[in-house]
Design a protein around this ligand. Sequence first.
Ligand code: MTE
Ligand code: MO
Length: 414
Amino acid sequence: MTTRRDILRGGLAATAGLAAGTAARAEGDPLITELQDWNHVLGDGVDANPYGMPSRHEAHVKRRSVEWLTADPVSSVNFTPLHELDGIITPNGLCFERHHGGVADIEPAKHRLMINGLVDTPLVFTMQDLMRFPRENRVYFLECAANSGMEWRGAQLNGCQFTHGMIHNVMYTGVPLRLILEEAGVKTNGKWIMPEGADAAAMTRSIPIEKAMDDCLVAFKMNGEALRPEQGYPLRLVVPGWEGNMWIKWLRRIEVGDQPWHHREETSKYTDLLENGTARRFTWEMDAKSVITNPSPQAPILHSKGPTVLTGVAWSGRGTIPRVDVTIDGGKNWHEARMSGPSFDKSMHRFYYDFDWDGTPLLLQSRAHDSTGYVQPTKEELRQFRGVNSIYHNNGIQTWYVNEKGIAENVEIS
Ligand SMILES: Nc1nc2c(c(=O)[nH]1)N[C@H]1C(S)=C(S)[C@@H](COP(=O)(O)O)O[C@H]1N2
Ligand SMILES: [Mo]
């Protein structure tokens, strides 16, 4: 972080005549007057990289994990570098990963999806069979319910990659789950489904039949290409707007039942212990949330005072995000941010706030409004209802403190 900053600062300082504006004068800049290697040496021909990769100068743009968070990488998580991205789509190679038994390495020709339980005809599908159903394309965010979980009791991790990076937003191609369930014929007492993964963790969750029949997809493509192994190749369940844990990867079986199964992931895990000792359960929908991605601790302001672009992302499991408010003075004044990019249901939204920085310290916050009228709460408001025992479903407003040098850090203000 410091090195990149120093390099960029050095580059700017060498440029004579940089005033309050955003561009330098051309005179005397060796990067203009002297030839660079790439100006006269032939580059790689086609096929040097049959599957293209980002520029080597972008090597710092990658998923990162937090070493002390988990005991073993096969049951662990890494985080999407939100501060390096723009727009609303997460590139496939940067989608955060969360596995409970490592990444299953599945041969697609040997993969099967079984539908059993309370159905008229138990069925087994090959990947080829699934490809013959009418398919749909839809963009959705997936957020782990534990995203921002480390921040419940106070500011902890220094970077939006770590505080908010258990989220990705991609376009899925898949078959509506409803069509597959209808093919098997759900019996009238079939009220719940239990999708199961083919990984060593055999991840399972209970999902009400209404959701299964509404907007769930059995997806095989993300952003146009096959699902990545990390994201469930060759098949994953997409459960729009609901907590990531329910989006079963490496999907091999769906059982239909008349009641929930109360498996580990919906009893001991993914429940919220309240102050009075009881736990909230089946909190499936992800509440509206937002975060400023730039500036942020991993992405300081690299220029001096003057025109500054602030940007971030917002999402809601209940609909779209028509509005985001931004404050640069810790909530004394709020400004409506500028939304830019497509606004899809249960998808990430991009916002900007372009302002003239006077070079004094800033307290940055963003506040999302969703299409149901719900407004993102402060962390204190959340704690009043939820106490401090929770891990999951922390959608409180994030604060970044930016000092006069442009360095940002994770703080909380009351
Ligand atoms: N089969 C299987 N599905 C799974 C998991 C798993 O470990 N095994 N992890 C779940 C959890 S907790 C989350 S948050 C999401 C993460 O999806 P991602 O790895 O694409 O980010 O997958 C869910 N589906
Ligand atoms: Mo998760």
